[in-house]
Design a protein around this ligand. Structure first.
Ligand SMILES: NC(=O)c1ccc[n+]([C@@H]2O[C@H](COP(=O)([O-])OP(=O)(O)OC[C@H]3O[C@@H](n4cnc5c(N)ncnc54)[C@H](O)[C@@H]3O)[C@@H](O)[C@H]2O)c1
Ligand SMILES: N[C@H](CO)Cc1c[nH]c[nH+]1
Ligand SMILES: [Zn+2]
Length: 441
């Protein structure tokens, strides 16, 4: 066990507070050069040597030795078998969660639209699903059946033709719930590979793994860094790295509840980040005491301890207004508003992946079954990214139909602008369509 928990304390009244906060949040301290270089090497190897590299990396990083890539492919029948191997309550819970996630995501579906102008010109937007999506389901330090649902259901709602999933199975340990979830969500193909090598395989294709149009899903630092590097070759959803929780509390929630909410994200990964902000100094002391009391009871105490010691913090602010300002500065993946009247503060929240309203709404409910997606932007990227959704699996094409009259009219405007750009090919192309008796008008 690492040193006993000593969570960092910050005070917003400290003149160096902004600097301390920046240091606490800095992604670079996690995503260092050695990780970057390792990921680049892995991507290069997969591009050059395909399946052979996947087999090698799976042995090296997942401790799983196989004769060939064929041993890392699970057919649809294997997913169906998993459904028969889980318990009835497990199947019921998966199906209930799937149904709630589906209902929520149905509302996100975007439809094509057009409108017609007076001269018959039609303008619009055609929405098309991706042909093939690659879903990354994490599996290193924990198994994530819930992430299967969160990745696959929006893809299916969007109408993606082929959904390919990758998931590492360290030491060959297959989690039946993960496969059962893939069956329920309608995943088409599964490869038991993970890490940067799996992201590279989806992005570039290998002899066995089909090249996809977009790679989505959460993962550790290697996965998140690989997604950054393959962007452009394929689409990606966002940077969904190590989990984060920011709790803003008025000091009136049970401190044990808050300690456990912090643990719920810290237990994902040593790199996870759990922060509490409160204007009540005594309450921060109580939560620190709850952390010390409850940590030894946790199955994943070692991971939680490293995460809390390395990246956690208890932040004292002057008042709730300052707490909200700090939350917007952090732009956390998950924000819990553990306060009496969360609705009153909601209008002021500008940056957060998901907002959990009130003392009873633990973040864990959102992780599994509330309905919204749990694949969320991390490390401050909620400033410009959104939760994974149906829109990530749909793209848009513009539709332009010009009637003869419309082309003639627009041609006059285009001609002037094109000549202003000295692009006379454009100008003359547009001018050809100007109706003769309107020329020069
Ligand atoms: N932001 C979100 O929406 C979200 C959702 C769920 C989980 N998560 C996060 O996903 C992550 C899951 O991480 P995980 O580790 O359990 O599973 P993972 O599948 O993301 O990573 C495991 C893989 O990492 C690779 N790897 C591990 N050590 C390596 C090394 N030294 N060099 C090269 N590659 C290495 C291996 O290939 C292994 O298969 C956690 O950080 C969790 O917090 C985030
Ligand atoms: N909290 C994770 C997103 O950061 C999602 C998850 C899955 N299972 C448990 N939690
Ligand atoms: Zn979680």
């Amino acid at each position: 066990m690492t040193a006993p928990t000593a969570i960092r304390r910050l005070n917003a009244a400290d003149p160096d507070f902004a600097q301390h906060l920046d240091h606490l949040l800095s992604w670079e301290s996690v995503s260092d050069d050695s990780v970057n270089q390792r990921v680049l090497d892995i991507i290069k190897a997969v591009r050059e040597r395909g399946d052979a590299a996947l087999v090698e990396f799976t042995e090296r990083f997942d401790g799983l030795q196989v004769a060939s890539m064929a041993d890392l492919i699970l057919p649809r029948e294997r997913l169906e078998l998993a459904l028969t191997r889980i318990t009835a309550p497990q199947r019921e819970a998966l199906e209930k969660a799937a149904q709630r996630v589906r209902s929520y995501h149905e509302k996100q579906k975007q439809d094509s639209w057009t409108y017609t102008e007076a001269d018959g010109t039609v303008l619009g937007q055609k929405v098309t699903p991706l042909d093939r999506a690659g879903l990354y389901v994490p599996g290193g330090k924990a198994s994530y059946p819930s992430s299967v649902l969160m990745n696959a259901i929006p893809a299916k709602v969007a109408g993606v033709a082929e959904v390919v999933m990758v998931v590492p199975t360290p030491r060959g340990e297959i989690n039946e719930l993960v496969l059962a979830a893939a069956c329920i969500a309608g995943v088409d193909r599964v490869f038991t590979i993970g890490g940067a090598q799996a992201v590279a395989a989806l992005a570039y294709g290998t002899e066995s793994v089909p090249k996809v149009d977009k790679v989505v899903g959460p993962g550790n630092i290697y996965v998140a860094t690989a997604k950054r590097h393959v962007f452009g070759q394929v689409g990606i959803d966002m940077i969904a790295g190590p989990s984060e929780i920011l709790v803003v509390c008025d000091g009136l929630t049970d401190p044990d509840w808050i300690a456990m909410d912090l643990f719920s994200q810290a237990e994902h990964d040593e790199d996870a980040q759990a922060i509490l902000v409160s204007p009540d100094a005594e309450f921060l002391d109580k939560v620190a005491a709850s952390i010390a009391k409850l940590l030894p009871t946790m199955e994943r105490a070692e991971i939680i301890n490293t995460s809390i010691n390395g990246r956690g913090a208890l932040i004292l602010v002057n008042d709730m207004q300052q707490a909200i300002d700090v939350a917007n500065r952090i732009a956390p993946e998950h924000l819990e508003l553990s306060v009496a009247d969360p609705q009153a503060w909601l209008p002021q929240i500008r940056h957060a992946g998901a907002i959990f309203m009130g003392r009873h709404t633990s973040e864990a409910l959102g992780d599994y079954c509330a309905g919204p997606n749990h694949v969320l932007p991390t490390s401050g990227t909620a400033r410009f990214s959104s939760p994974l959704g149906v829109y990530d699996f749909q793209k848009r094409s513009s539709i332009i139909f010009c009637s003869e009259q419309g082309a003639s009219e627009l041609g006059k405007t285009a001609s002037v602008l094109a000549r202003g750009e000295s692009l006379t090919g454009h100008a003359r192309s547009a001018e050809y369509r100007i109706i003769a008796d309107e020329q020069g008008q």
